[in-house]
Design a protein around this ligand. Structure first.
Ligand code: UDP
Ligand code: MG
Length: 311
């Protein structure tokens, strides 16, 4: 029988975890799933960990991972992925804004063959100005930049086939971009509508500044998706353009000197040519360094640049 791992990132959610874990357990039991729940305590200081330990005494399917400090939601999810032994992994928020009753919907779609099934909080119950509006814009931007169209990148309620996530490493706040990265690697992706509730207990961990981090992460992701496999082509293009312009401008300054008697040393174009020449050379060298880096990266981690469907 297939095993399902449910991963929950937890940061100061003491009032929510009791209800959450019991409702996940009952949904899993009702559907006769073989499962484990991996609760990752991301350095909570409100007693969430003690609460988890207490629940574990009566719930044999619960595994607890405790972080030394608050590393962030992405790291918590990553730790859950690493510890999971299921054939399928489901991530869900700890704050009861997602509904565990939606889990079977995701499982069904994974069983039908999708590699990733992503929740779409169509009727999102969060503040419009600081949450929903920025999120609408962010989702449009991410879809446009990555070429992978989703309505709701930010929804934690997602299901993944294990083999897909075992090949993806996450840094910073990048968990929301997993579908984009994975879809670009060729895995199949489906978005389905899920329920969403207002946060009843505890506080949201993010403010309006999340917009900045998401935007910056988007640039990183775009770069990695498009060029991380071929840095020379990225930096090298700038380099070549710089060198070509440098050369043309240099010829122009020589022409001005010979034909119009305009001093080369007094001609700003001459300096522009030197400047562009240096920049161009720098970019090409950066491209080469990049090439060395990706070789070290992929080979030392023994990480594939591809996902195998069947072997
Ligand atoms: N979370 C976490 N580490 C953090 C911040 C948040 O593990 O540093 C967890 C949090 O406990 C919750 C989930 O990530 O389970 C989503 O956080 P939150 O509900 O505050 O985000 P929002 O729903 O407001 O986007
Ligand atoms: Mg929430």
């Amino acid at each position: 029988m297939k095993k399902i791992s449910v991963v929950i990132p937890i940061y100061n959610e003491k009032e929510n975890i009791d209800e959450l874990i019991s409702s996940i357990s009952s949904v899993m039991a009702e559907n006769n799933y073989s499962y484990e729940i991996i609760a990752v305590d991301d350095g909570s200081r409100d007693g969430s960990y003690e609460q988890l330990k207490q629940i574990k005494q009566t719930n044999k399917d619960l595994k607890i991972i405790k972080f030394k400090k608050n590393y962030g939601q992405t790291q918590a999810i990553m730790a859950g992925f690493d510890a999971s032994i299921g054939d399928m992994v489901i991530t869900i928020d700890a704050d009861l804004q997602n509904d565990p009753q939606d889990i079977p919907l995701l499982v069904e779609k994974i069983d039908q063959g999708y590699d990733i099934v992503s929740g779409w909080r169509e009727k999102r119950k969060d503040n419009f100005i600081i949450r929903r509006l920025p999120s609408i814009i962010a989702n449009k931007l991410i879809s446009w930049f990555t070429g992978v169209n989703l309505h709701d990148y930010g929804c934690t309620l997602k299901a993944y086939k294990s083999k897909v996530i075992k090949n993806i490493r996450l840094y910073g706040q990048l968990h929301r971009f997993i579908p984009a990265v994975a879809a670009r690697m060729g895995v199949s992706l489906l978005e389905i509508k899920v329920k969403h509730y207002p946060r009843k207990k505890g506080k949201s961990k993010y403010g309006i500044f999340r917009i900045w981090t998401v935007l910056l992460d988007l640039i990183t992701v775009k770069f990695f998706l498009s060029y991380s496999g071929r840095p020379m082509q990225f930096f090298g293009s700038f380099g070549l353009v710089g060198m070509v312009f440098s050369f043309i401008i240099f010829i122009v300054t020589i022409y001005m000197k010979l034909m119009k008697s305009i001093d080369m040393t007094g001609n700003p174009l001459f300096y522009l040519a030197i400047f562009l020449g240096f920049i161009g050379m720098q970019c090409i060298l950066m491209g080469l360094l990049g090439e060395i880096n990706i070789r070290t990266y992929y080979e030392s981690l023994n990480k594939g640049t591809y996902v195998i469907d069947e072997e």
